[in-house]
Ligand binder design. Structure first.
Ligand code: ZN
Length: 350
C-alpha cells in the first residue's frame, strides 16, 4: 500500500525544468525536448470584444494588451508574479471557480515566493522580476511540452511557469518551479544537471521554505492517505505531513532491497526501475528527486550552504575535488545515515 500512495503522490508531484543539457552522467538516452511556440505567441493580435464585461471578482484584473490576449484576455500583476488568466481554463472550470481558486492561492504564493527569494539572498539579480505564470488546466500544451503528463514546468527559453491539472496540483508544484526560475534565470549558479537543478528545487521548496502552498493541501493527501502517513511516522499530531520526514523516508526507500524492481521518477526526467547497480554504485543521473533533495540537505549540514551553492555545477567525477570524497562514497555514507535517521525519528519504512 505504501508504494501505491507514494506513486499517487509522485504523479501529483512530477514537475520538470527544461534545462539545456539537463541530464547527468548516466548512459540513458537524452530526452528530445521539443519546445513549440507557446500557444499565445503564435495567435493573431486580435483583441477581445470591447463590449465584453470584465469578470466579477475582487482580483485586480487588468486587460491584457499583449499579442496573446485572445487566449489570455486578462492579467493579474502582483509583486512577484504576472498571472496570465486563461480563457480556456475559465471555460473549463467556470469563470468564478477559476478566479476564486487563484484568489485563494495568491497570498500564499506571495509569501512563498518571498521566502524562496530570501534563501537565495546574495545570489540573485536585483530586483527579481515578477515571473510569468500561465495556467493550462485544459492541457493544450501539456503533452506537447513534455511528451507526457507532468504537474508543471518552468521553461527557461521564455522564462515562464506553466501549471497543469488544477489549482490543487498547482499548489503542489508551484514553489518548486519558482525555485527553478530563481536559481536558473535570476542567479548564476551553474546548474546543468537534473541532479542539482531538481535537488535544489525540492530542497528549497520542502526543506528551507515554509511552503504554505503545499501545506494548504497537505501534500494532496486524502483522509486515508493522512491515516497511512500518520501511522508511518510522517505526520505531526494534527495529521499535517512533515515534509522533511517525508523526504527522509522516501529517500530511504531507495536503499532497501525490498524495493528492487520498483519504479520511480529520476532527476534525469525518466521513470526508472530501481536496480541493484544503482544501490551499490549510484549515478547522479539515476537518483530520485527525493534523494537529490535529501542528499543536498546532508551536504549543506556537513559542508555549509556556501560551499554547496558555489558548486552546483559539480559533475559526478569531480566530487572528490570539492567534497574530499568521491560521489559514490559520499552518497552511500549519506544513504546509511538516512536509514539510521529514519529509525531514530520513528519513520516506518515497511
Ligand atoms: Zn523541477
Amino acid at each position: 500500500m505504501l508504494r501505491k500512495i507514494i506513486a499517487a503522490v509522485l504523479i501529483f508531484a512530477m514537475c520538470l525544468a527544461f534545462v539545456s543539457g539537463c541530464a547527468g552522467n548516466g548512459d540513458e538516452p537524452q530526452p528530445e525536448i521539443i519546445e513549440p511556440e507557446p500557444q499565445g505567441q503564435v495567435e493573431p493580435t486580435e483583441k477581445p470584444e470591447e463590449t465584453e464585461p470584465m469578470p466579477e471578482t475582487s482580483l485586480p484584473l487588468i486587460k491584457n494588451e499583449g499579442n496573446n490576449s485572445v487566449s489570455y484576455p486578462y492579467l493579474v500583476c502582483t509583486d512577484n508574479a504576472t498571472w496570465y488568466i486563461s480563457k480556456a481554463d475559465m471555460e473549463l472550470l467556470g469563470e468564478s471557480e477559476y478566479l476564486a481558486g487563484l484568489e485563494s492561492m495568491l497570498p500564499l504564493v506571495e509569501a512563498d515566493f518571498t521566502d524562496a527569494q530570501a534563501v537565495f539572498e546574495g545570489y540573485l539579480t536585483d530586483p527579481v522580476p515578477p515571473v510569468d505564470i500561465y495556467t493550462d488546466f485544459s492541457a493544450k500544451t501539456e503533452v506537447a511540452q513534455s511528451g507526457r503528463p507532468v504537474g508543471a514546468i518552468y521553461r527557461m527559453s521564455d522564462r515562464r511557469i506553466y501549471l497543469y491539472g488544477s489549482w490543487a496540483q498547482a499548489s503542489f508544484t508551484l514553489l518548486h518551479e519558482y525555485t527553478h526560475y530563481l536559481s536558473m534565470t535570476c542567479a548564476d549558479l551553474g546548474l546543468k544537471s537534473g541532479f542539482w537543478a531538481e535537488g535544489l528545487a525540492d530542497y528549497v521548496a520542502h526543506f528551507l521554505c515554509e511552503n504554505s502552498l503545499v501545506r494548504s493541501i497537505n501534500f494532496g493527501l486524502d483522509e486515508n492517505g493522512v491515516a497511512f502517513f500518520k501511522a508511518h511516522g510522517l505526520c505531526d499530531e494534527e495529521g499535517n505531513i512533515e515534509p522533511k520526514k517525508y523526504y527522509y523516508g522516501e529517500s530511504a526507500q531507495m536503499h532497501r532491497a525490498e524495493n528492487l524492481g520498483q519504479q520511480y521518477f529520476a532527476v534525469s526526467g525518466y521513470t526508472m526501475t530501481l536496480r541493484e547497480s544503482q544501490m551499490q554504485h549510484p549515478l547522479m543521473s539515476s537518483a530520485s528527486y527525493f534523494e537529490a533533495a535529501t542528499f543536498m540537505d546532508y551536504l549543506v549540514e556537513n559542508y555549509g550552504k556556501d560551499t554547496v551553492f558555489a558548486h552546483l555545477d559539480t559533475r559526478q567525477e569531480d566530487f572528490e575535488s570539492v567534497y574530499g570524497k568521491d560521489f559514490e562514497t559520499l552518497f552511500l555514507e549519506w544513504a546509511q545515515y538516512d536509514l539510521e535517521l529514519c529509525e531514530a525519528l520513528g519513520i516506518k519504512l515497511d
